[in-house]
Unconditional design. Structure first.
Length: 202
């Protein structure tokens, strides 16, 4: 008998969030993007100019964001508590920004180096919107296991994992998991991105 034991696992977790103030949040998103267009920002150690599609980091105390923040925080906490980590610590949301479609900062492979877990919430998405693509951190696999060898892709033989955006879909993943979003040429896709940190559990 042979047992395959998965080791050094990673993950992408999913959930659905039904927000009570979705229409208000859509209006807020378009307004905040317009306000921050062409602003200078330093994020994740890189300086760039925001474009029409991405906001500056948002105020975590903004009232219209509270239902979304609560829903995402509950999910982050459940994931943290399932990872076998110290119970005298907790995870909290440390940064938040919004995107409409794509910009040059997310359509190339990147990580969130200072984030313990990261997340995305799709406030508005259609079936023709581009996928988010996660790359296997075991990078040599793409040179050894070619698609022509695979009948069924799974955790042992895949070098990419793709998720199609859906309205109300929330994604959660380790901040070090490299990912990117293909250019979106369809209808507007509105998403919110989150970073987290671990602090003492008072």
């Amino acid at each position: 008998m042979i047992h395959l034991n998965p080791i050094f696992s990673s993950f992408v977790a999913t959930s659905k969030l039904e927000l009570i103030n979705k229409e208000d949040l859509v209006r807020y998103t378009y307004d905040i993007i317009k306000l921050t267009e062409n602003s200078k920002v330093e994020l994740l150690g890189e300086k760039f100019t925001t474009v029409k599609s991405q906001s500056l980091p948002l105020n975590l105390q903004e009232p219209v964001l509270q239902p979304l923040l609560k829903g995402m925080q509950d999910c982050f906490s459940k994931i943290y508590n399932s990872l076998g980590l110290k119970t005298n610590k907790k995870i909290i949301i440390s940064n938040l920004w919004c995107n409409i479609n794509n910009n040059d900062n997310i359509d190339r492979p990147h990580i969130h180096p200072e984030s313990f877990l990261s997340g995305i919430f799709y406030l508005k998405a259609d079936s023709d919107n581009s996928e988010i693509v996660f790359q296997n951190p075991v990078t040599p696999i793409q040179y050894v296991i070619h698609g022509s060898l695979v009948d069924n892709f799974n955790q042992f033989n895949s070098h990419l994992y793709k998720v199609k955006p859906e309205t109300d879909l929330a994604l959660f993943f380790p901040g070090w998991l490299r990912h990117y979003v293909a250019k979106n040429h369809a209808s507007d896709r509105i998403s919110y991105a989150f970073d987290t940190k671990v602090v003492d559990n008072d």
